[in-house]
Design a protein around this ligand. Sequence first.
Ligand code: IPE
Ligand code: IPE
Ligand code: MG
Length: 245
Amino acid sequence: MTTKEQLNDNIPQHLAIIMDGNGRWAKKKGLFRVAGHESGTKSVREVVEGCAEIGVKYLTLYAFSTENWNRPKLEVQTLMKLLVSSLKKELKTLHENNIKLATIGNIEALPQKAQKELNEVIEKTKDNTHMTLTLALSYGSREELIKTIQNISIKVKNDLLSPHLINEAVINEHLYTKNLPDVDFLIRTSGEERISNFLLWQIAYAELYFTEILWPDFRKSDLFEAILNYQKRERRFGKTSEQLG
Ligand code: IPE
Ligand code: IPE
Ligand code: MG
């Protein structure tokens, strides 16, 4: 069991998590997939709490991808219902812990009820400063990049921007993640070692961590273990080890 006392001050500023394995967790127990999603909400609570305790400033959770719309209708409906009920349940805790809620993704594609609930929580927590919890909902990195290119092109066409002035900062400003720093550490649960269209631009120099643990089994100690692993790494950003001093 890894505890937060084992960690040093080198806490990732921006942690992103691909919460995967709910379906397999349920199947293993002979339950319906949705039971896995329900159970996964407990892991979300643990991870949000754990991150707030150790001083992660930005936590971004991949909750629903653009591709997940292709799942069976009933599963999609249940996920959306679960989103609404979790937001209702967690609003107080988020607010009491000074956590600000944000979203990335094509939020307009979500059911009205989910949008309304999200807006309420975002509005209520907008001045909170301890941590920003961002939910990636109906999020796909390629869609985000397409929108970014479209919006930049419109500015160029209207003479508001000259093509040679397009740089990393300009691109960052047009992404859903414009208010977030680059990802420092990316965790994916369930043993899959892929990115599944998540934050492709933003993870350019992130450290990646894959664990076999299925998301509904992921606990605070697993989070701390992952961060302990992060702390043992040397992030060189293209330089040599000697240059880092
Ligand atoms: C992650 O668990 C939750 C979502 C993608 C919404 P899965 O539902 O993908 O679980 P597995 O991968 O089928 O086990
Ligand atoms: C990625 O998980 C999306 C989320 C965790 C929300 P998936 O289960 O949808 O990814 P693939 O299909 O296995 O790549
Ligand atoms: Mg999956």
